[in-house]
Design a protein around this ligand. Sequence first.
Ligand code: HEM
Ligand code: HEM
Length: 132
Amino acid sequence: MQEKWSVRLIRLAALFGLVGTILGSHMAGSGSYAFKPIHAHVLLVGWLSVFSWGVFYKIYRVRAVKLVSVHGWAAIIGSIGLTVGMWLQFLQPFNINSTVALIFYIVGGSILLIAFALFVLMTFLIDRTESR
Ligand code: HEM
Ligand code: HEM
């Protein structure tokens, strides 16, 4: 279970890394920094944080196996929700309805917050007899 989540989170992080650096290159090339907060969150939340969670599950065994899936899904939905929501909210692409954009952003950000809180719990649920 942990092995599966580790690989899943690391793959998602890799995709975020690619999208984030493409956004950075786009900003540098175009000279327009409108994407700066999106670029920053895609890379710091999506690439660095999600990658760290993936590596954590590879290194440590945790005692609450079912909670790994809950945290994993919160990480996936929260990281994508916050970054996409922020993009919709800050840049309002495709003339998107501003209420829809705001809800996306708030729900995404809140689920991400839950993922970070669950991770605190996970660090206290490490199985010390089986850490590798
Ligand atoms: C292809 C690689 C990258 C390019 C071309 C790029 C480009 C940029 C540009 C043009 C800015 C705006 C700078 C400004 O406001 O003056 C920026 C900001 C930022 N970049 Fe990147 N970046 C790249 C990779 C990364 C990576 C790998 C990370 C982190 C893992 C990162 C994190 C950030 C952060 C946090 C900011 C916001 C800094 C602030 O608040 O002023 N970038 N980047
Ligand atoms: C619930 C999740 C989060 C929300 C709702 C949130 C929201 C925000 C907002 C509103 C800003 C100001 C953006 C602007 O007006 O330019 C910001 C900036 C920033 N946040 Fe977050 N953030 C969250 C999580 C994180 C996390 C987890 C990290 C790092 C791992 C992070 C790193 C940053 C950085 C580096 C900036 C400055 C970026 C810039 O200069 O454009 N944030 N965040």
